[in-house]
Design a protein around this ligand. Structure first.
Ligand SMILES: O=c1[nH]c(=O)c2nc[nH]c2[nH]1
Ligand SMILES: [Zn+2]
Length: 480
């Protein structure tokens, strides 16, 4: 029989595919030595569960009155080396920002000391802020990318690590590799990570974006991913200038999505960052392939790239997770992403409302004109089509996307993402009443309101502990 490792009692919140947020008060959850959830039931079943699973009731860890567990958050898109310049240099649009800020700094990561220092910081900082799974871009340097994998594994973060591939760079030519080198080094990187047999760290094939990749490179990377059944990540349709560049570089392709799709880079293990300007036709292809989008609202605003219409992505049933996109995004916290995603959706809502009002007014004038002129021929064609009702992304839906949604996007939702029995326990213990909490909990506040307040106002001071696969990884052990 499974040995019980932890038993927690108190309030738990999580999402399922059908329900954005479920709150379970007075519940009891047990994990085994493999970090999997053995039981999750009403605490009235405590004695029965203790007998069934042969644990002593004195081992139960009881949560404080307003404390609760939530699933760990999933950052589906983050650039580890860019953490060194987070919060600076965002006055330029994407392509200029890459040329002037990003490429020159990433180019220095051939130095393992630099890499080790920054990668230690970014893994610690993300974990402390509740990122239990991170999907990282590193740089083109293979050995430094292996260092990132070692560090993520050392701290117990669940991670995908990508050694960046790019064989063309018109704006900063010293930062690139030859096509052959890029493929050979990706193979070496994948082999090195596989050899290490990490528990929860995996390689991910990472063409930077079509702008810095030749067709041959994209093609070979697609073959490699197919042969070894690997995950894939890249960027797509982030800014209009980028799309123009891609259409110029790849004249024989129908659109940006087609460039990745015809090179086998759009699979059910693919996560593409941004997608702000994807057409509905392209979203259909995403849906058919089972490929995911990483929504990075902080970066989309910071680099003035565009607004992603989350509602339209969900309507097309494309898998969707959240990304901080550090350092195009200036915050490593997914709580910030949750807020920016809701705000972006509200901005789109207001824009649509304004358009609807104007459409109404035009239609009214048009109708009056038709009536007075008694013009009937094709009269209906003059009436503008009304937008159907637009529903703003709720804070609960944003919570769902930051947790279970991220796991779906990375195709690990069968492993973790909520508190279903059998899944690995990736979780955050939240204390809304910690002494230096950035918000107050007044007495008798309803639980749902307190949770909302944490999502809008909380930060790492409220994250008392972080668990990945049942192992407590924050607070950090004394010697690490
Ligand atoms: O936000 C972004 N950050 C990057 O580093 C990058 N590279 C290509 N496209 C990109 N977009
Ligand atoms: Zn990015």
């Amino acid at each position: 029989m499974d040995t019980v490792q932890h038993v927690f009692k108190g309030t738990f919140i999580h999402s399922t595919q059908r329900c954005a947020m479920e709150v379970f008060e007075n519940h009891i959850l047990g994990t085994n030595s493999a970090g999997k959830i053995l039981f999750f039931e009403d605490a009235q079943q405590q004695t029965k569960l203790a007998q069934k699973w042969a644990f002593d009731e004195s081992m139960i860890e009881e949560l404080g009155k307003n404390e609760f567990f939530m699933p760990g958050m999933v950052d589906t898109h983050i650039h580890a080396p860019q953490y060194s310049f987070i919060g600076t240099g965002m006055e330029r649009p994407l392509l200029e920002w890459l040329e002037h800020t990003t490429f020159p700094i990433e180019d220095t990561y051939g130095d393992l000391g630099t890499a080790s220092n920054v990668y230690n910081s970014v893994v610690r900082r993300t974990l402390k802020n509740g990122t239990t799974t991170a999907c990282y871009f590193a740089t083109i340097h293979t050995d430094a990318s292996i260092v990132l994998a070692d560090i993520a594994s050392h701290y117990g973060q669940r991670a995908f690590i990508g050694k960046i591939c790019m064989d063309s760079n018109n704006t900063y030519p010293q930062y690139k590799e030859s096509t052959e080198e890029s493929i050979k080094e990706t193979q070496r990187f994948v082999e090195a990570l596989n050899k290490k047999k990490y528990d929860r760290v995996k390689p991910i094939v990472t063409p930077r974006f079509a702008v810095t990749c030749s067709e041959k490179l994209l093609n070979e990377l697609g073959n490699l991913a197919e042969e070894h059944q690997l995950h894939i990540q890249s960027h797509i349709s982030e800014s209009l200038a980028e799309i123009k560049e891609v259409l110029n570089q790849f004249p024989n392709y129908k659109n940006y999505t087609d460039v990745y799709d015809r090179n086998k880079l759009l699979t059910d293990k693919t996560v593409m960052a941004h997608g702000c300007h994807l057409s509905n036709e392209e979203l259909h292809v995403f849906r058919e392939r089972g490929a995911a989008i990483s929504h990075c609202p902080n970066s989309n605003i910071s680099l003035c790239s565009g607004f992603l219409d989350v509602r339209n992505i969900l309507k097309h049933k494309v898998k969707l997770g959240f990304g901080t996109d550090v350092a195009g995004g200036y915050s490593i916290s997914l709580l910030d992403t949750i807020r920016k995603a809701v705000e972006t959706s509200k901005i789109l809502f207001m824009e649509k409302q304004k358009r609807q009002k104007e459409t109404n007014e035009i239609n009214k004038l048009q109708k009056e004109k038709l009536d007075t002129d008694k013009v009937n021929v094709n009269g209906k064609d003059s009436i503008l089509e009304m937008e159907t009702e637009y529903k703003v992304l709720s804070i609960e839906e944003a919570f769902q996307l930051a947790t279970l949604g991220g796991c779906e996007a990375l195709s690990i939702d069968h492993i973790t993402g909520n508190f279903e029995v059998g899944k690995e326990f990736d979780a955050l213990l939240i204390n809304p009443e910690t002494t230096d909490s950035p918000f107050e909990v007044f007495s008798n506040i309803p639980k749902k309101d307190m949770i909302q307040r944490f999502l809008y106002l909380g930060d790492d001071r409220n994250i008392k502990a972080v668990y990945v696969s049942g192992r407590c990884v924050v607070p950090f052990p004394n010697n690490s």
